[in-house]
Design a protein around this ligand. Structure first.
Ligand code: IPE
Ligand code: IPE
Ligand code: MG
Length: 236
């Protein structure tokens, strides 16, 4: 892994398999989510150590609101608790947290924690941690299309000026480079509405391990897989 060229600038992870991990051990699904927070901590450390600049974590999809209310509430509570427990350490490590997704459906308590972690970590310059929370890619693209249409209607933008970059610049990820490497744990091979536009040339990796078992060694192993890939972007 000495060759810096082979370190992805942006790693994005679909953290999947918490429920199955818990079930396999005869535990409640919630315990899988708790152990999953430890994997988040580990992957942030590994990303920092490997000089990855952006780490995006899919934490809650717009579709996840459809889970039983007890599980949704438990996930929201876990988010708030983690913000309280982890913010100081993130600041110390130079991690800047940026949230992507909708902001209009959270409770006041969740919104307050979300704003707190973003403002307290805003000066971080080692790693940008992008948390996709109430995020889905189709929702993001729909919001972007509406914003672009409004600009055309108001005369701020001409339709013939719309290019790929216009679309990128209206997504939640406007200031973030596209992911180089997308990892989904638990062996499922789908994107589940994650970064559909941004993933156009990302390398993909689907390890069998459940998210609570994805610690620093698994992150390092994933980066070794990435280093072996040849990215051609349609050229020879
Ligand atoms: C991922 O684990 C966490 C979230 C989607 C919030 P799951 O909760 O989806 O776990 P499985 O896929 O049911 O095992
Ligand atoms: C994707 O996992 C969303 C997150 C990891 C936050 P899901 O478990 O919700 O996805 P599906 O339902 O298996 O596609
Ligand atoms: Mg799942």
């Amino acid at each position: 892994m000495e060759n810096r060229e082979h370190i992805p600038t942006h790693v994005a992870i679909i953290m999947d398999g918490n429920g199955r991990w818990a079930k396999n051990l005869g535990k409640e699904r919630y315990e899988g989510h708790i152990e999953g927070v430890d994997s988040v901590r580990e992957c942030i450390k590994a990303a920092r150590r490997q000089s990855v600049r952006y780490l995006t974590l899919y934490a809650f999809s717009t579709e996840n609101w459809g889970r039983p209310i007890e599980e949704v509430n438990a996930l929201m509570e876990l988010f708030c608790k983690s913000v309280i427990a982890e913010t100081d350490e993130l600041v110390k490590q130079g991690v800047k947290v940026v949230m992507i997704g909708r902001r209009d459906r959270f409770s006041e308590r969740v919104c307050a924690h979300l704003e707190q972690i973003e403002s307290k970590t805003a000066q971080g310059d080692k790693l940008t941690l992008v948390l996709a929370f109430d995020y889905s890619s189709r929702d993001e693209i729909t919001t972007a299309v509406k914003a672009i249409a409004d600009k055309v209607l108001s005369g701020e933008l001409k339709s013939e000026e719309i290019c790929e970059n216009t679309i990128s610049q209206h997504l939640y990820t406007a200031s973030i480079p596209d992911p180089d490497f997308i990892i989904r744990t638990s062996g499922e091979c789908r994107l589940s509405n994650f970064l559909l536009w941004q993933a156009s040339y990302a390398e993909m990796y689907f390890p069998q391990v459940m998210w609570p078992d994805f610690k620093q060694d698994e992150f390092d192993k994933a980066l070794e897989v990435y280093a072996m890939r040849e990215r051609r972007y349609g050229k020879l």
